[in-house]
Design a protein around this ligand. Structure first.
Ligand code: BG6
Length: 369
């Protein structure tokens, strides 16, 4: 039931705030992270010196965001690998490795095979999944469910933000078990996380109509580029994937720092480029680097669409469009910055008269390798 929305995707984007809130609910005690499903499983985290996240598509981008939090808070080296690449390359894994799989459906064959392979090699496995009782969680040593609710549209939206949320809870849990963050530090991050749903609701309220109008206006665009740095990089990849999936437009996401090593050759007059701009208050150095990237491509005629923090005036002279997100600590910005990109992809596909819920050639869960 679309509940009055024009598509499941529109409904699911509107549910991004509650997908996060419901994933956090029941997992906080005295302001600290306490995940009931992980009770008694401290041993799973004690002996590990490495985390490998395996996933496909949007779930892999959630994993890339999670890597920053796992390393920053829990101080465990973390890597993200596409599940279908992982088991074909003889990876170095064993009892000291925790393999974290992420899957909305819990049935993606590529991810399932990676989990089975990891177990055979003696690694510990933990599954982040949105579907109770699915195959991947049943094959794993531990499960942290995302509580995004059923996701019907093929392109993942609310499950993506719930996956990042679950990874953050997991990272804070491991930080606590391993003592890499003090209770005060964990409490601070928990407060930041709990503030995210209201901030997303504000993006939806303040920006949705503006972004949809802008997307309609971009209806005949042939190609869109996305740039991001640090946690904005996986968000750039996700923005591009969403556009490919539902509006069939050529789109690429790049790490902003990589621009001068290749992608800048693509810039010609009129080329639309979304830029995820880091916070000037929290990350002044990264902010200034991204602003200079904007200047470089603007000088070559790019049309800049900046996703920037409220009050960031530095982008104004160079941006053709500014999509505003509320202030947040750097690790929480991706949860906000992705929302305008989801709305944009949906708006553009709708403007082209496409079925946003059932894009051609794609299936919600791919149960063959
Ligand atoms: C793809 C879907 O086939 O599988 C994507 O079209 C999804 O939306 C990816 O991100 C992974 O799916 P899952 O269920 O493992 O998260």
């Amino acid at each position: 039931d679309k509940g009055g929305w024009s598509s499941f995707m529109a409904k699911e984007v509107s549910e991004e705030p509650e997908a996060i809130a419901n994933t956090v609910r029941g997992r906080i005690r005295d302001g600290l992270v306490s995940i009931p499903e992980l009770d008694g499983l401290d041993e799973l985290f004690a002996g590990i010196n490495r985390i490998i996240v395996v996933a496909c598509g949007t779930a892999a981008y959630a994993g890339m965001v999670g890597k920053y939090a796992i390393e920053q808070w829990a101080r465990v080296p973390a890597d993200v690998e596409l599940a279908h690449e992982f088991r074909y390359r003889d990876p170095v894994i064993g009892a000291d490795t925790l393999v974290v799989s992420i899957s909305q459906s819990g049935e993606t064959m590529d991810t399932l095979m990676a989990v089975k392979y990891a177990r055979e090699r003696g690694a510990k496995t933990l599954s982040i999944c949105n579907t109770q009782g699915a195959t991947i969680p049943r094959e794993s040593d531990a499960i942290v469910y995302t509580h995004a609710g059923p996701e019907v549209a093929v392109a993942s939206t609310k499950a993506f933000v719930a996956q990042i949320t679950a990874l953050y809870l997991l990272a804070l849990h491991i930080s606590h078990v391993r003592g890499t963050l003090s209770d005060t530090e964990v409490r601070q991050q928990v407060l930041e996380l709990e503030a995210v749903p209201d901030k997303i609701a504000r993006v939806l309220e303040d920006e949705q109509a503006h972004i949809e109008q802008f997307a309609r206006w971009m209806g005949d665009t042939q190609s869109v580029l996305f740039l991001g740095r640090h946690v904005g990089y996986p968000i750039a990849l996700e923005g591009a994937l969403k556009l490919k999936e539902i509006s069939y437009i050529h789109a690429e996401g790049f790490a902003a720092g990589e621009l001068k090593h290749g992608p800048i050759a693509l810039i010609e007059p009129g080329q639309p480029v979304f830029v995820i701009v880091p916070s000037p208050r929290h990350s002044p150095l990264l902010h200034s680097k991204v602003v200079s990237n904007i200047q470089e491509i603007r000088a070559r005629g790019a049309r800049i669409i900046a996703v920037a923090e409220e009050g960031d005036a530095a982008v104004l002279p160079y941006a053709d469009e500014v999509l505003r997100i509320p202030l947040a600590d750097p690790l929480f910005e991706p949860l906000l910055a992705v929302v305008p990109l989801h709305i944009f992809a949906m708006g553009l596909a709708t403007a082209k008269g496409l079925d946003v819920d059932q894009p051609r050639n794609l299936a919600k869960s791919v149960t063959v390798e």
